[in-house]
Design a protein around this ligand. Sequence first.
Ligand SMILES: [Zn+2]
Length: 298
Amino acid sequence: MLEICKICGSSKTEFIGFKNNSRLIRCKQCGVIYVESPPSWDIIESRYNNDYHCYSEAVSLPKEIIYDYFLKEIKRIKGLKILDVGCGMGEFLELVVDNEGKPYGIEFSDYASDFVAKKGIKVCNQNAEGKFCYDSKLFDIVTMWDVIEHLYNPGKALSEINRVLKKDGFLILSTPNFSGLTRLLFGFNAYQISLPEHLFYFNLDSIKNILNKHGFRIIKAKSIHLFLTNFFSFKKNGILHNEVESKPKNFLLSKYLKLIIQNKIIKYFFVYSIKLIDLFLDFFKRGDLILIYARKVR
Ligand SMILES: [Zn+2]
């Protein structure tokens, strides 16, 4: 017998497939997808050791794109109190500092929270599903970058975020898109289906449902950035960037592509093709990453 939905409590759930011995269940009511019996915290915690990719000091390319989006949407953050839930090594909070905002973090990893605290940033070493160490109605903005899919109970974290946000405060988050093109092309082999770490999977409809349930109204929702286009990215560290020497990690073909893209026409063709693909994907809600900009309404 299938259990009731972990988000909305509906009993209308269906089994949609297996991966790594985990059963994935979809709720027909709210659309969320989740791992039926998640591994124990001991097992998951052992995956988040100091070598876990989120605890590297380098800012990854998708993160760079996410932060660009944030700065574009929130044009002026000077003086604003901003809490980053699951702040990792604090790279986003440093960007807050650079833009004269007031940074605060929550991070469960001892290693990462020590690292952030050493930068002089206030960070609480705690799990995102417990009661936050911060007072109610303290923050102008809360961010949560690729964290919600890792939680046992995303509703608990959203309730706490609602509590610590000021009236009309903003929640801005990202999470992989279960309905993204890469996921559709590669099925359960897509990078989004990352087990045992990713316990929940959303698309633009189901993320809207869970946010509404917890007192948020979405102002803007986008799906961006096809994972495959990452390969051809022209952002910093990318192969189309002029300073290719800044080592494009993981780009096996980069050496050869570098030779090709030295031709300006080809370069611009790539750049604009990628932009066009991203526009197209967003229109059909098929980008690989969901970006949400929501307001606290109750
Ligand atoms: Zn549901």
